[in-house]
Design a protein around this ligand. Structure first.
Ligand code: SF4
Length: 356
């Protein structure tokens, strides 16, 4: 991998350090530490409506070569968690507490320039709306090449060659010529491939894809997901795949984190969660996936709306929408119960849900 952070232990056994492109070192780097570890993260927004707790104690880990699917409706906090990892929480939001560790380095404690260096080299993000993420007045080749010129010091001609290689990698036909095209000359699916190419340019260890296929039709969605999965396997990256659709992540994820009202309400390896969900919200999300064997029948919807995050209901935040809810749910906030090997659910009645 052509990163500028040197993994390895120093001779005296001390923790080695990340070397940024500027030659600075980041203390605490440990190549044996998990690739990315989010712990008890809280992000809040001060609004006219009051304090909005958009992310409320989120924890998850992503290892190399592993895909974590993060699922939930709009406003569940999944994208804000990703923004906190990247250090791009928009104002008036702020990370109130918690940690985001990349190989042991707490990104939230870094200075801005150190943070930018890690973000440029090690953690990349693909956004939902490729058209607004790309600059309309520059060719895609120029925009990809800019990364190589800025971060690798390549000459313009060499940077363009690398841009062609990357467009080839993401399977854009006729890459040699398409490198000179502008973003509006690409279809939605091809633009998303360009975004993936840009995200991969500096060979990141972690890729965060935030609803990467939402704006695409179903066949193109599948192609882009296949491409992401293939590249992730090839490069052994950690991939965080954010979506509201459990159908999209079923085939490509290793782990699933289901989020509701700023919290992870269920965490599980992928297969058990689809076979036997342990939280009523996960169950409801699964029932809302369109199925070919139920042609002609109405799709199940999740009754009610997610809560206003400035006024989260007491007890379990899902209780106003939950068919299993009873008095305890309106009073006691459920912890994450250990429900099986590597499985957790924030539901007081998880056994009943799993048996249903
Ligand atoms: Fe439903 Fe109660 Fe479980 Fe919350 S704790 S998900 S309200 S049964």
């Amino acid at each position: 991998m052509t990163t500028t952070h040197d993994a390895g232990r120093s001779g005296d056994g001390a923790t080695a350090a990340v070397i940024t492109p500027e030659g600075r070192t980041l203390p605490g780097y440990d190549p044996r530490a998990p690739l990315l570890q989010v712990e008890d993260l809280h992000v809040e927004f001060h609004t006219r409506d009051g304090l909005v707790s958009a992310v409320n104690g989120v924890s998850y880990t992503v290892n190399e070569g592993e895909t974590l699917g993060v699922i939930g409706e709009s406003g569940s906090g999944k994208s804000v968690t990703a923004q906190a990892i990247m250090g791009i929480v928009p104002a008036p939001g702020r990370v109130a507490s918690g940690s985001v560790r990349y190989r042991g380095v707490d990104l939230l404690r870094l200075k801005d320039d150190q943070r930018r260096a890690v973000r440029a080299e090690s953690i990349a993000m693909v956004f939902q709306d490729a058209l607004s993420a790309l600059n309309p007045v520059f060719t895609v080749g120029f925009q990809i090449g800019e990364l190589f010129r800025k971060h690798r010091g390549l000459r313009r001609s060499d940077a363009k060659k690398r841009a062609v290689e990357l467009l080839d990698l993401v399977k854009i036909p006729d890459a040699k010529n398409r490198v000179n095209a502008f973003p509006h000359q690409f279809s939605g699916g091809m633009r998303q491939r360009v975004m993936i190419a840009m995200a991969l340019a500096l060979d990141p260890d972690v890729l965060i894809a935030d609803e990467p296929t939402t704006a695409l039709d179903v066949t193109i969605q599948a192609q882009v997901m296949d491409l992401l999965a293939e590249l992730q396997q090839e490069r052994q990256m950690g991939l965080i795949l954010i979506t509201h659709d459990m159908g999209v992540v079923a085939d490509v994820s290793d782990q699933i984190a289901v989020m509701y009202a700023g919290k992870v309400v269920e965490r599980s390896p992928v297969h058990p969660i689809y076979r036997q969900p342990a939280h009523p919200y996960t169950q409801a999300l699964l029932r809302s996936i369109p199925r070919v064997d139920r042609k002609g029948t109405a799709l199940d919807v999740i009754e009610g709306l997610p809560p206003n995050l400035a006024h989260i209901p007491p007890g379990c935040s899902f209780n106003p929408r939950c068919p299993y809810a009873r008095e305890k749910c309106r009073v006691d906030e459920p912890p994450l119960y250990d429900v099986a090997e590597h499985r957790w659910s924030a539901c007081h009645f998880w056994e009943e849900v799993m048996d249903s």
